[in-house]
Design a protein around this ligand. Structure first.
Ligand code: ZN
Length: 132
């Protein structure tokens, strides 16, 4: 079951400078930078109450984040919903005609289980289902 918004992912060109902007904006300190090899991204997170802002920087031109920025520029990349059972939610979405990018969850940052739903199925919004 989906219970809340987990985080928003924001694609940035320069993680250092974006982290500085968000540090000032939110008056809070970012997490340590984390490299997610599978996605070829560097990630920095800001906790705000129960939610998180995730800043994502591609580390190579073939990173999904680099490709996104090339096509659409910097900005909101995805919205992530917290699930208590990502496999059950994926099955439910699949049965309801959503096109899944990941039929099986994989490991994202912070060892979360994550899976993406194709933006084509959700009004052009890349949607992530995640489970801590
Ligand atoms: Zn995410």
């Amino acid at each position: 079951m989906i219970s809340k918004i987990s985080h928003l992912g924001i694609a940035v060109k320069d993680l250092k400078s974006a982290a500085e902007t968000y540090r000032k904006l939110l008056q809070s300190e970012p997490s340590e930078m984390e490299f997610v090899a599978e996605q070829k991204v560097n990630v920095v997170k800001f906790k705000i109450g129960e939610s998180t802002i995730e800043l994502l920087e591609g580390t190579s031109p073939d990173s999904p984040i680099s490709k996104f920025i090339e096509k659409r520029g910097e900005g909101i990349h995805h919205i992530a919903y917290e699930s208590d059972d990502v496999r059950t939610d994926l099955k439910r979405l699949d049965e309801n005609g959503f096109e899944l990018i990941n039929k099986e969850p994989r490991t994202g940052s912070d060892n979360m289980l994550i899976a993406f739903v194709n933006p084509k199925s959700v009004g052009s919004v890349l949607t992530e289902i995640c489970q801590h």
